[in-house]
Write a protein that binds this ligand. Structure first.
Ligand code: ZN
Length: 246
């Protein structure tokens, strides 16, 4: 039991350190080092998680899984800050959204952890203050196969609750045999990485929706635009499917 207490204290220490250095003004090299430390702690934690699952220790399995999500959250948050400082705002956006997604998962799993309420507001503020307003997309799929990641049965035939921990595993929705129906423009998508990434401009360029950099259109794109008589404006978009099982 004392060994477990020691492991839990170590996890707590790394998370407290991660929280301390997840502030924009902190030196970029220090933040890179902290990301490395989180990576190390996270690998050890995964080994402990696998051990606990093998031993059927539900309590410890859930504890280590919950820590895993917290480590991933701080890693994404720190990577967001590092990318901003490296003048790579598009990658920073992806990491920020990743951090938001992990945060909402964390809150679902363990609502009382690490004063996470503070981070929900903080991450929303970063999105609102540091980036131009984005246009989000939501692909609508239909599928006959909605599976539970815990028991692999049809979602309608099991009692597991999505977003809850079961013996160190998170119950998620697994969608197989996907068919894309249509793509809609929405205000509040499931994943904000799905968005319009650049828009066609009058001067035959595409303007990046985050950096506002303009890149010349290709000959083919200019031809298409001329044939259309400039009636519709083209855009490029990112429509990734969110299929990571955590
Ligand atoms: Zn199930």
């Amino acid at each position: 039991m004392t060994q477990i207490k020691h492991i839990v204290e170590q996890i707590d220490q790394v998370l407290k350190m991660a929280a301390r250095y997840s502030v924009m003004s902190v030196n970029i090299n220090i933040q890179r080092n902290v990301i490395e430390m989180i990576n190390n702690a996270s690998s050890k934690n995964i080994i402990n998680l696998e051990k606990s699952i093998r031993k059927n220790d539900d309590f410890l399995s859930n504890l280590f899984k919950s820590s895993d999500i917290s480590f991933k959250f701080f890693k994404s948050l720190l990577q967001f800050m590092v990318y901003m400082k490296e003048n790579n705002a598009e990658e920073a956006w992806n990491r920020l959204i990743e951090a938001q997604n992990l945060l909402s998962l964390s809150v679902q799993i363990n609502p009382s952890q690490f004063g996470f309420d503070k981070y929900i507001k903080e991450l929303d503020d970063y999105e609102r203050l540091l980036f131009p307003k984005q246009v989000f997309l939501s692909p609508a799929y239909y599928s006959d196969n909605l599976e539970c990641t815990i028991c692999n049965n049809s979602l309608f035939k099991c009692n597991h609750i999505t977003g809850q921990l079961y013996s160190g595993k998170i119950c998620q929705l697994r969608i197989t045999k996907l068919n894309l129906d249509h793509i809609a423009i929405v205000d509040d998508p499931l994943d904000k990485r799905r968005r319009v990434t650049s828009t066609e401009q009058e001067d035959y360029t595409y303007e990046n929706t985050i950096t506002l950099e303009r890149t010349p259109m290709t000959h083919k794109e200019i031809e298409q635009s001329k044939n259309d008589g400039g009636k519709t404006k083209g855009f490029k978009a990112m429509v990734i499917h969110r299929n990571e099982e955590l």
